[in-house]
Design a protein around this ligand. Structure first.
Ligand code: AMP
Ligand code: MG
Length: 315
């Protein structure tokens, strides 16, 4: 769906207030961070998060980092630990992303986590990003604000060149100082470096007083959508099914008889927002899952990519 050209908002109190209001309304707002311009959506709003993938024309879903204004806000969504506290006091705001177990009742869309039980969180240091997050007072999911496969944007003009007609606004605060991506640290077990980035591992090790575990497949991890720990249902998954076979539960799309429907109206956007939640619910039945055909265009490509992974033979 195309929309008018994005509003260009200054990083003034009026511009920040407008950007926060748009986020609250479920719209997409690009904003500067320390590294590149991010494409932000309310991380609690599945439909808004689906729009991130649609606007970027991403052929796959990868988990997104949720950006928050401060540690206090981060703690609403995840099981906080002493280690998290120590690292947050030392390095937030800054280029460190912490992956922690989600809290019950967290309210984060499972399109942000791609159905994983953990959430990646960061408090960015860029003043405009910080002001926006403070004003919004919630979690903002944000990958880089460029179409999939294109170069990351470091100015508002880059954002508009790539995403004109697909986003509501861009908060323009000049060029980003092109830095490195954030360092990603897994804290759902022993502290593990998941992606090297702007904060050196040595600084983290010095703060913790212990060496970090290294994730073996770092290279694969930094490639979008290649997490080893991708959510996959426990039961077998059969694709392109029009009816359930005996013992199966059927995940539908469009008007049809089924156990759960991704979108009765056949809307790919709604289907994306429902995908992980519906898979989890059907998985909980313990029965094999049959899945109706999903059109392979727009968000349907990312949905099909994920369904193919879920249906692939397990190693
Ligand atoms: P970015 O490319 O900076 O937007 O960061 C997104 C990356 O963060 C993903 O591609 C993953 O590598 C990582 N990530 C996000 N959420 C998680 C998570 N729950 N567990 C592990 N890694 C994550
Ligand atoms: Mg990117």
């Amino acid at each position: 769906m195309t929309q008018p050209s994005p509003e260009i908002l200054a990083a003034s109190s009026t511009g920040i207030a407008r950007a926060a209001k748009l986020l609250t309304a479920g719209a997409l707002v690009a904003f500067p961070t320390e590294t590149v311009y991010g494409l932000g959506a309310d991380a609690r709003n599945g439909s808004a998060v689906a729009n991130i993938f649609a606007a970027k024309n991403r052929p796959s879903f990868n988990p997104l980092i949720a950006h928050v204004a401060d540690t206090q806000t981060a703690r609403r969504y995840v099981e906080w630990t002493d280690t998290a506290e120590r690292l947050a006091s030392a390095f937030w705001p800054g280029p460190l992303t912490l992956v922690l177990p989600l809290k019950p009742g967290h309210g984060i869309s499972d399109l942000v986590t791609t159905g994983l039980p953990t959430l990646a969180l960061r408090v960015p240091a860029h003043p405009a990003a910080h002001a926006l997050l403070q004003r919004f007072a919630g979690p903002v999911a944000a990958p880089s604000a460029n179409p999939s496969g294109r170069i990351s944007p470091t100015t508002a003009a880059h954002v508009i060149a790539g995403l004109d007609g697909r986003i509501a606004a861009v908060l323009d605060d000049g060029p980003c100082t092109v830095g490195l991506e954030s360092t990603i640290l897994g804290l759902d077990g022993p502290p593990t470096l998941l992606r090297p980035g702007g904060l050196p591992a040595e600084a983290i090790e010095a703060a913790l007083g212990t060496p970090l575990a290294q994730r073996a497949a770092n290279a694969a991890l930094s490639a979008p959508g290649q997490l080893e720990s991708h959510y996959a249902p426990g039961a077998p998954v059969r694709l392109n099914a029009t009816t359930a076979r005996s013992g199966e539960v059927l995940l539908g799309f469009g008007p049809m008889d089924c156990d759960l429907n991704l979108s009765e109206a056949g809307d790919l956007h709604d289907a994306a927002a429902n995908l992980f939640g519906h898979l989890h619910r059907l998985d909980a039945t313990g029965q094999p899952i049959a899945v109706a055909p999903i059109p392979d265009h727009g968000l349907g490509r990312a949905i099909n990519d994920r369904l193919r992974r879920a249906a692939a033979p397990r190693g």
